[in-house]
Write a protein that binds this ligand. Sequence first.
Ligand SMILES: Nc1ncnc2c1ncn2[C@@H]1O[C@H](COP(=O)(O)OP(=O)(O)OP(=O)(O)O)[C@@H](O)[C@H]1O
Ligand SMILES: [Mg+2]
Length: 252
Amino acid sequence: MSALLTLDGVSRSFGGLRAVDNVSLEIAPGEIVGLIGPNGAGKSTLINVVSGVHPATAGRVVFDGRDITRAKPHAIARGGVARTFQVVQPFPNMTVRENIAAGGAFAGRIASLKQAMQEAGELAAGVGLGDLVDQPANTLTLARRKRLELAKSLAMKPKLLFLDEVNAGLNPAEIDDALALIRRIAEQGVTIVLVEHLMKVVVGISERIVVLQNGALIADDTPEAVLNNQKVIEAYLGKKYAAALSAEGGGP
Ligand SMILES: Nc1ncnc2c1ncn2[C@@H]1O[C@H](COP(=O)(O)OP(=O)(O)OP(=O)(O)O)[C@@H](O)[C@H]1O
Ligand SMILES: [Mg+2]
């Protein structure tokens, strides 16, 4: 089957810094792909490139058969790409329902205001914010604002959804709920790229894992192969596991 998303030699520079460095990658329809790497590796920048927030400075991005390398964010959203922001920024004084409906409007998915508000209510319930639909977004905890961000991106009715650390700050029970929710979204046919530092979550849900380091792609393989990849262990996993061990007081 042909790829839903293709990155061909994509780079994004900020001044002299190559935040994304010559990345080539294909995502097939229906996949759940984990995107991992150390802080500053370029994961969020890669999402910003595809979603048009910080367009590529070199290379080509093709989504659903169309070259979107230079397209504007709203046009890319209308084409079927949604993303959550790592640093969530809801409209603070708008309600949960209104924020979600605004997501649908951004992607041109709104038939009428009434319908958009009704759908927003359903999406809010789907992410566990059913009781809070009429609360202003600025009254929500961070974990709930992350859920709101997810509902907003779902209102865009995407074909491809990037989740940028949408589980950060959740407790273990909330993480299990979030995993089930992500699986339900995938079952509805949405292709998902998940940026996540919790390896339990990434390995538990991804069919394939892509690893970035210093902007470059250093691995693209099954979870099992990535966990045993020497380059990935040295660049990322080794440090993470060492840190986890010392935090538990069990490490050398
Ligand atoms: N708008 C920007 N202007 C200048 N530099 C930027 C900008 N956005 C990102 N960078 C830099 O690009 C590099 C990659 O950052 P990015 O946020 O993509 O990393 P990340 O993999 O998402 O990290 P984290 O796991 O901490 O979220 C970093 O060195 C960062 O400082
Ligand atoms: Mg990031």
